[in-house]
Ligand binder design. Structure first.
Ligand code: GLN
Length: 304
C-alpha cells in the first residue's frame, strides 16, 4: 500500500474543506491558533512513518488525551472504573449536563467531559503526583521526552470553565467525585492541554493498534483484552454525538479533540493522526473527518 501517495492525494482533496467550520473559541487560547493548518501522519506497526502538510506542528490534544487518561485509570483500577461510569455512547454534546442529571451523576462513558472528570478524580486519588505520572506515561507512549503540558492553555480553559465546573459539582453532589473539585479540574485542564504534532500523536496511538503485544509504557501495563476494549469504546464513544457518523464514514476506532485533532487506529496495522482546527457543530474537525473518510475509502481498509 503506497500510503505516502494516498496521503498526498488526501491533503489535496481536503484543501477546499479547510476553510469550512469554526475553530473552538470557548477556550480563548485555542482561538489564537492559526486555523489554516492541516497535517496528517500515519505510522505502521512495521515501523514506517508517512506524513504530509503540517504533520510536525504541535497542537492542543484536548479530548484526545482522555484516551491516555483512561489507559492509566484502567491500569490502576481495572474494572472498578466501570462502577463509576458507563461504556455507552452518549449521543449528546461532550459538555452536556442533561444526561448526567437524569442518570444521577453516572457519566455515560469516559470520553465525554463528565466521564473524563471522574477519570481525573481516580488519578488524583491514586497518584501522589498525578500530573508528573501522567506526562511521563504520555512521553513514553509517544516516544518523545519533550511532549508536555501547555500551562497557558490550561489556565485559559480554567478561566472560562463554567460548564466543566457545573459538571464537577453535579458529580460531587452524587458522590461520584471524591477529591477536591478545584484540584481535580486542575488535573483535567492540564491533561487536555498536552500538545503534540500529528507525527507524535500517531506514535502515541500505535500501542493501541496492537493488542497482541504486551502494553507496558513507563510501568503502565494493560492486558491485550483491555487494549481491545479501549478500541471498542473509541469506536462507540470517541466522537460524542457524531460517533455513529464517524463509524459510518470512517470505520475506525478513534478520538477527536476541540483543538482540531483526530487520532484513529486500524487494529494490527497502523495509527493515524490528522489536524485541522476548524470544527463542525459537533466539535469535530471538518477536514480531519473527511481526510480519514478518504483514507479508509482509498485504501479499502477499515474494521468493517
Ligand atoms: N478541554 C475541553 C473541554 O473540557 C475538551 C473538549 C473536547 O476536546 N471535546 O471542554
Amino acid at each position: 500500500m503506497d500510503y505516502q501517495e494516498i496521503l498526498n492525494n488526501i491533503l489535496a482533496s481536503v484543501e477546499p474543506l479547510r476553510s469550512e467550520g469554526k475553530q473552538a473559541t470557548y477556550i480563548p487560547a485555542l482561538a489564537m491558533v492559526n486555523p489554516d493548518h492541516c497535517g496528517i501522519a500515519l505510522r505502521t506497526l512495521a515501523g514506517e512513518c508517512y506524513a504530509v502538510g503540517d504533520a510536525n506542528v504541535r497542537f492542543s490534544l484536548q479530548s484526545i488525551s482522555k484516551v491516555f487518561a483512561l489507559a492509566l485509570a484502567l491500569h490502576l483500577e481495572g474494572d472498578n472504573v466501570w462502577t463509576r461510569m458507563g461504556k455507552e455512547p452518549s449521543g449528546a454534546a461532550f459538555n452536556s449536563l442533561i444526561q448526567l442529571e437524569l442518570e444521577h451523576g453516572i457519566p455515560r462513558n469516559p470520553f465525554i467531559n463528565a466521564g473524563a472528570i471522574v477519570i481525573s478524580d481516580i488519578l488524583v486519588e491514586h497518584l501522589p503526583q498525578p500530573e508528573n505520572r501522567f506526562i511521563e506515561f504520555v512521553r513514553a507512549l509517544s516516544a518523545c521526552p519533550s511532549v508536555g503540558y501547555n500551562y497557558a492553555v490550561a489556565l485559559s480553559e480554567k478561566k472560562q470553565a463554567f460548564l466543566n465546573t457545573a459538571i464537577a459539582n453535579l458529580l460531587k453532589h452524587h458522590n461520584n467525585l471524591h477529591g477536591d473539585i478545584d484540584r481535580v479540574l486542575q488535573f483535567y485542564f492540564l491533561m487536555c492541554s498536552i500538545e503534540m504534532s500529528c507525527a507524535e500523536l500517531a506514535q502515541a496511538f500505535l500501542p493501541f493498534a496492537n493488542h497482541l503485544v504486551p502494553f507496558d509504557y513507563d510501568g503502565v501495563t494493560l492486558t491485550g483484552s483491555q487494549v481491545k476494549r479501549m478500541n471498542a469504546i473509541m469506536q462507540t464513544c470517541g466522537f460524542y454525538d457524531e460517533a455513529g457518523e464517524f463509524s459510518y464514514l470512517v470505520g475506525l476506532p478513534g478520538k477527536s479533540g476541540v483543538g482540531g485533532g483526530i487520532a484513529a487506529i486500524y487494529p494490527e496495522r497502523y495509527a493515524v493522526a490528522v489536524w485541522s482546527p476548524r470544527l463542525n457543530s459537533k466539535g469535530n474537525s471538518v477536514a480531519g473527518m473527511k481526510a480519514l473518510e478518504l483514507l479508509t475509502t482509498l485504501t479499502a481498509e477499515s474494521i468493517f
